[in-house]
Design a protein around this ligand. Structure first.
Ligand SMILES: [Zn+2]
Length: 650
């Protein structure tokens, strides 16, 4: 008899082992099934084994450590480098009815004491800590008193110098094994080459970890790489943004100045956009990020500082305006597109001059080993953009995968680039532009483009209106509760809501992403909103923010009598960008040229040079004139002379 008894664990648990996992998945996340790889990772962590998981962005990485954490009354400690990411995850977990907290440098002391107290009673199922926190004196002693189930290390590639985001403070985590020898450690990352994976296992001293390396192929992403010059790049950018009819866009600019200029370019062309970079005040940065997350503005222009820890599902395009520093960085940034598994585009519009800029920055690195690694990454990026190999395949091979397939059938190397990228650019706004060279056209590949997967049926106007309406409801609700919009529910849940259109709580419960707690919190309100929509209520116009035009603002500042330098400072733009905008305004007849902008002597010299050399190119003019005459003055005089010529043409 005794030999036939089931193992102790099963005897004690009220639910059978496999059902325990799917029950938690359904109860908290509102999902019916696991995504590829998740189940075996969850089970192995729950069984107390170490893990090393490489799962692309959008693959459902966080669920792999969150789910085992909710299975019993102990606490899982999650180490994450990004404060915003920790806060967002905690907010989402709380909405799901899972007790969680985070401790980092930004936690106010009163809240910290509160969390320290509750943690020691085992209140939290998940406790998020920054790596710096672990290094603080006293933290380890305190942690030893907690009922810890396991450690999860997020963004584990930060521990490796070979990774593209090495963080010295992550090296502290090497001590975890020694300090907590009997607690499992699970490492997670979205991008790690073979060398980085090896480094993670070694540094964290993982013991026979469960390894899961998902494929780096993202079948719903279309990679398109294109070399261009600065003129054609602007046009390509505008086209790439315009072809996105629904959903959000991220544009990556190489420098802070380019962020501002790109926002201006888009707004001047009637596309609402906001910027994000490291030197913005943190309040402004947070505000812009929230506006974008809440769909108030669709296009976000950022430096590479933007997007870490951002979890927005319906990003339809990620556009790079320069060569990234590494293939890993590119993969991670481009991978912010299409997390909802619907088709999305990744455009990389690079210029020859980007390589010079990279070489310049690498030249400044002092540590010879780091310099060597930077050169290696640079050459890998160069090979990527110049390769004729399928882009998806190239990426997979970069991460040490050996794909059995040759072509994705969708990227620019496999299929013809879309028409809107190929047709000649319609630049000539005025006569002089006719001499501009059209965008170099690439001969279309012989084979026809593979058909793209079609997004779910949302083309019916009622559905678009419903989506708008629910989005507004979500925006208002999020604001009332002081949380980010996606914390209320994800974009993928929004799409599903529009398809299912539930009218009872049971029907809502079947919508993907609606677990018990979320239905309890918002169920009635959502059903109410759907009822009002059926009765004819629609999204209001207010809340859709009016685009503030850079041209209008510049004009206003000019009228106030500000100097160009002052305008540049107020608008956080370069002097050259301001002058170029004003010159455009003059040429369009929207602003008058002011003789006070430069001395009559300079004006006459420039005008004489223009008569002699023509006005198509600035450089010969600059070289012919005395060095004290700046580019900006030449540009303004040209604008003035052009309006004269134009008005003299019969
Ligand atoms: Zn391909």
């Amino acid at each position: 008899m005794a030999t036939l008894a089931p193992p102790a664990a099963e005897q004690n648990s009220p639910v059978r082992e496999p059902e325990r996992f799917s029950a938690a998945l359904h109860r908290y996340w509102g999902y019916e099934s696991f995504r590829p790889g998740q189940e075996s990772i969850v089970k192995s962590i729950a069984a107390g084994r170490d893990a090393c998981v490489v799962m692309p962005t959008g693959g459902g990485k966080s669920l792999c450590y969150q789910l085992p954490a909710v299975l019993d009354a102990t606490t899982a400690v999650v180490i994450s480098p990004l404060i915003a990411l920790m806060q967002d995850q905690v907010a989402q977990l709380l909405q799901m009815g899972i007790s969680a907290a985070c401790l980092n440098a930004a936690t106010p002391s009163e809240e910290r004491n509160h969390i320290l107290h509750h943690a020691s009673t085992g209140k939290y199922q998940l406790l998020y800590l920054s790596p710096e926190r672990i290094a603080l004196g006293g933290t380890v002693d305190w942690l030893k008193r907690l009922p810890i189930s396991f450690f999860a290390i997020d963004e584990a590639h930060c521990i490796s110098e070979w990774g593209h985001e090495f963080r010295p403070e992550y090296r502290q985590l090497s001590r975890l094994r020694e300090l907590f020898p009997d607690r499992p450690i699970a490492a997670f990352t979205a991008s790690a080459t073979r060398r980085v994976r090896h480094d993670i296992i070694e540094q964290l001293r993982l013991r026979d970890p469960h390894k899961h390396i998902a494929s780096f192929r993202r079948p719903n992403l279309r990679y398109i790489v294109r070399q261009c010059d600065s003129r054609t790049q602007n046009e390509l950018l505008l086209r790439a943004v315009r072809q996105v009819s629904d959903g959000s866009v991220i544009v990556y600019a190489p420098t802070i100045a380019r962020v501002g200029d790109t926002v201006d370019l888009l707004e001047e062309n009637g596309i609402a956009a906001i910027g994000y970079h490291g030197q913005m005040e943190s309040a402004a940065r947070r505000e812009n990020q929230e506006k974008w997350m809440a769909d108030e503005v669709r296009v976000m222009v950022g430096t590479m500082a933007f997007g870490l820890g951002i979890n927005k599902a319906a990003v339809r395009a990620v556009i790079h305006l320069s060569l990234p520093k590494s293939v890993e960085q590119y993969y991670q940034e481009a991978g912010r597109a299409g997390r909802d598994a619907l088709p999305a585009d990744c455009f990389l519009f690079w210029q020859k001059k980007d390589t010079g800029l990279h070489a310049f920055f690498i030249g400044k690195i002092e540590d010879p080993a780091e310099k060597n690694r930077a050169w290696q990454r640079y050459h890998e990026v160069e090979r990527f953009v110049q390769s004729k190999e399928c882009r998806q395949r190239h990426v997979c091979r970069h991460f040490g995968e050996s794909p059995k397939w040759e072509r994705c059938g969708n990227c620019d190397a496999c299929a013809a680039t879309p028409d809107w990228l190929e047709i000649e650019l319609q630049v000539p706004r005025r006569k002089r532009d006719a001499t501009r060279r059209p965008l170099a056209t690439k001969a279309p590949a012989p084979q026809p483009a593979a058909p793209r997967p079609t997004p779910p049926v949302l083309s019916v106007s009622a559905d678009i209106e419903l989506k708008e309406y629910l989005r507004e409801w979500r925006r208002i609700t999020a604001r009332e509760r002081g949380v980010a919009a996606f914390v209320v529910f994800h974009d993928s849940a929004l799409v599903d809501l529009c398809l299912v259109k539930p009218s009872t709580l049971e029907e809502l419960r079947r919508v993907s992403g609606f677990g018990d707690k979320r239905v309890e919190m918002y169920g009635e309100q959502i059903l109410d909103a759907l009822r009002r929509f059926r009765q004819g209520e629609r999204a209001s116009e207010e809340g859709k923010q009016k685009v503030s035009s850079p041209a209008k603002e510049t004009q206003r500042l000019l009228e106030e009598g500000r100097t160009f330098a002052e305008i540049a400072q107020i608008r956080s733009r370069t002097l050259r960008a301001v002058v170029s905008l004003v010159a455009d305004l003059i040429e369009r007849g929207d602003t008058e040229f002011q003789p006070t902008w430069l001395s009559p002597q300079h004006y006459n010299q420039i005008a004489a040079a223009c008569r002699q050399l023509g006005m198509d190119r600035l450089k010969p003019l600059k070289e012919a004139l005395p060095p004290e005459i700046p580019y900006e003055e030449i540009r303004l005089v040209i604008a003035r002379l052009r309006t004269e010529t134009a008005s003299n043409v019969p």
